[in-house]
Ligand binder design. Structure first.
Ligand SMILES: [Zn+2]
Length: 320
């Protein structure tokens, strides 16, 4: 998993928001080095921009600078910015293997979360009305590489060992700032479950400043070492606190959610005879279907398969 430097909220501007994303654009920086801070100086002073160019920048060493949240409109491709997510790879027509590897990971992750396919990934100069050498690479090659990889990961995904294997490549079992992925999302849900808040980004699977602060708050409250890193001690404290809570989770959970809170929802559904399938802490199609069936009977004005306050109240009624 790539090292992610979460700079959202520290980069310039970012005030214009949107609700739809149709494309991901790949750019190069047309420089041999630099990072968001050197680029910002150029954008501000030479171009007079108020917001930067890219949502993510992949540095020469493969580090990802996460500059803006996905709903922010940046300056990447004129006339296409309101629906495009921009990723820049630092380099001038020549990129390191590490950068390409990280680009593939970030492109896949983002295409997936925006519900887009590989054909929606374009080089800057593939957008209509553009005339530029950017992104300095053959996008057909990039796309076919991604298609090949997603087939590979699909077949890996069909084996049951995928879930347990994924924690191995992180090198240790610690979660800390810069990490990303489903384990981080699960941690974030658990943190919210025990009452910590993640007001700006919620459970987005990215361990940034906000998540680190929530971990520190929790560690402080649990009276354990306050270092913002999640290891065995913090996990144990989290589990202890969650197991002590008898009530149903208070957040909003939907397909894709994971963690102890989801397990509780599943157990409650099972207890009121709307079986969600395996009680595994993963809010998949079967859990969604169970929530929907429960809602049809008990919350008929809100049959959406999403667990929220009304469904919680109805479940609590049924359980008592
Ligand atoms: Zn470009």
């Amino acid at each position: 998993m790539p090292e992610i430097e979460d700079l959202r909220g520290q980069t310039m501007g970012g005030d214009r928001k949107r609700s739809e994303i149709h494309h991901i654009a790949r750019h190069h920086s047309a420089s041999n080095g630099g990072d968001v801070w050197t680029f910002e100086e150029y954008w501000r002073e030479q171009r007079g921009w108020e917001t930067g160019g890219y949502h993510e920048i992949i540095l020469r060493d493969g580090t990802v600078q996460l500059c803006y949240d996905h709903d922010v409109i940046t300056n990447g491709v004129a006339n296409h910015n309101s629906t495009t997510y921009h990723i820049c790879v630092v380099g001038n027509g020549d990129f390191t293997e590490e950068q390409e590897h990280v680009f593939d990971e970030r492109a896949e992750y983002n295409l997936d979360r925006f519900g887009l396919s590989t054909s929606d990934l374009l080089g800057h100069n593939e957008f209509s009305g553009t005339s530029t050498g950017c992104p300095g690479t053959d996008m057909d090659q990039v796309r076919s590489r991604l298609d090949g990889e997603s087939e590979e990961s699909d077949s890996e995904g069909s084996s049951d060992s995928d879930e347990s294997g994924s924690s191995d490549d992180s090198g240790d079992d610690l979660l800390r700032r810069g990490d990303s992925g489903p384990e981080v999302e699960e941690l974030q849900n658990d943190l919210m479950e025990v009452g910590e808040s993640l007001p700006s980004y919620g459970a987005d699977g990215i361990f940034g400043q906000e998540t680190e602060e929530a971990v520190r708050n929790f560690q402080n409250r649990a009276d354990i070492q306050v270092d913002g890193i999640v290891g065995p001690e913090t996990r144990a404290a989290l589990e202890e606190e969650m197991s002590g809570q008898s009530g149903l989770p208070r957040g909003t959970y939907r397909q894709g959610s994971r963690g102890e809170a989801v397990r509780k929802i599943q157990q409650a559904l099972e207890d009121v005879n709307f079986s969600p399938g395996p009680i595994d802490g993963i809010y998949g199609p079967q859990t969604e279907d169970a929530v929907r069936r429960f809602q049809e009977v008990h919350v008929p004005h809100e049959v959406d398969g999403i667990y929220g306050p009304n469904t919680r109240a109805a479940l609590e009624d049924e359980l008592s």
